[in-house]
Design a protein around this ligand. Structure first.
Ligand code: PBG
Length: 323
């Protein structure tokens, strides 16, 4: 007879006791903060659907990185909004590209901060697709070559890690090879391994000015109902040499995070994406939710699902709250 012998409430009576039996902890060490770099000087333009997030010019990004490092957040991930776009995304792998310049400027400051770069073409192509388009379709193998060039140019500019987000087949091994052949065998790859074709990317596409001009991303990003296929994508990226694998989005895909965590013994990252951020911000602004408590609860749920690190626009706020 369990009751009255067993009374689980005994361990909930005091905050110290609750701390002692807490199974999941959230820490500043878990966060990666996304930043959007744009052309110009002294530019700091708030993204309407992502209050508190900005498109920033290189000088402002450097200032921002000082704050991020000061808060103890270990890493940022950079997204670029180039001066001009074309159909092959030339600015993505240009030596003087916007992200390449930002990396050099940040690294010059010698901050206690890792610089990760998003490797994709969608912000740099005139049509907004994540690769080059041939006869109305995103052509896999030619795109992979350009992604390898892009990742290499990031490493040459000083990036600490590269993160391919395009979902082309075979890009991880192509990037690994390009890095290794050019003296960057020490640079890890964080692959967006299980990236779903999600409607939660809407605000990001406004922030990065990267919405596809025709069609959608369904022929390369994953179909949301598929979980076994996500495990296959992760397995392939690991075989190709990925060091860390990511599940994206996070909140609508906590089951995927858990399954990846259970199956593979490598670090798992989760991307708490723009739409997930926008929903919380909108509700909080209306006074409908307690922002601080909701954010910490959501981030904790991503950790509890099994993520080791979280890419999140809430990182700076959460870091302050966790201090
Ligand atoms: C680029 C990329 C996207 C995101 C990260 N990298 C957008 C997309 O695939 O359309 C989304 C991030 C977010 O919504 O916060 N391919």
């Amino acid at each position: 007879m369990p009751f009255p012998l067993h009374r689980p409430r005994r361990l909930r009576r005091h905050e110290l006791l609750r701390r002692m039996v807490r199974e999941t902890s959230l820490s500043i060490d878990d966060f990666i903060y996304p930043l959007f770099v744009c052309p110009g000087e002294r530019v700091r333009r708030e993204i309407p659907s992502m209050p508190g997030c900005y498109q920033m010019s290189v000088d402002e990004i450097v200032r921002e990185c000082h704050d991020v490092a000061e808060l103890g957040i270990p890493a940022v991930i950079l997204f670029g909004i180039p001066e001009k776009k074309d159909d092959v995304g030339s600015e993505a792998y240009a030596e003087q590209g916007i992200v390449q310049r930002a990396i050099r400027a940040i690294k010059k400051e010698r901050l206690d901060l890792l610089v990760i770069t998003d490797v994709c073409l969608c912000e740099y192509t005139s049509h907004g697709h994540c690769g080059i388009v041939v006869q109305g379709d995103v052509a896999n193998d030619p795109t992979v070559e350009l992604l390898a060039k892009e990742a290499l140019s990031h490493a040459q500019a000083g990036a600490d890690m590269v993160a391919p987000s395009d979902m082309m087949d075979g890009r991880v091994v192509a990037i690994r090879r390009a890095l290794d052949e050019n003296g960057f065998s020490h640079i890890p790859i964080l692959s967006y391994a299980a990236k779903f074709c999600s409607s939660f990317y809407g605000p990001f596409r406004e922030a990065a000015e990267s919405a596809p001009q025709f069609g959608d991303r369904r022929s390369y990003q994953m179909d949301p109902p598929n979980a076994r296929e996500a495990l296959k994508e992760v397995a392939l990226d690991l075989e190709e040499g990925a060091d860390i694998v990511m599940v994206k989005p996070a909140l609508a895909y906590l089951d995927i995070i858990r399954r990846v965590r259970d199956r593979f013994d490598v670090p798992v990252a989760a991307y708490n994406v723009s739409g997930e951020y926008a929903m919380v911000k909108a509700a909080a602004r209306n006074g409908w939710l307690d922002e601080r408590r909701v954010v910490l609860e959501l981030l904790t749920s991503i950790k509890r699902a099994g993520a080791d690190m979280i890419l999140t626009y809430h990182a700076k706020d959460a870091a302050r709250w966790l201090r």
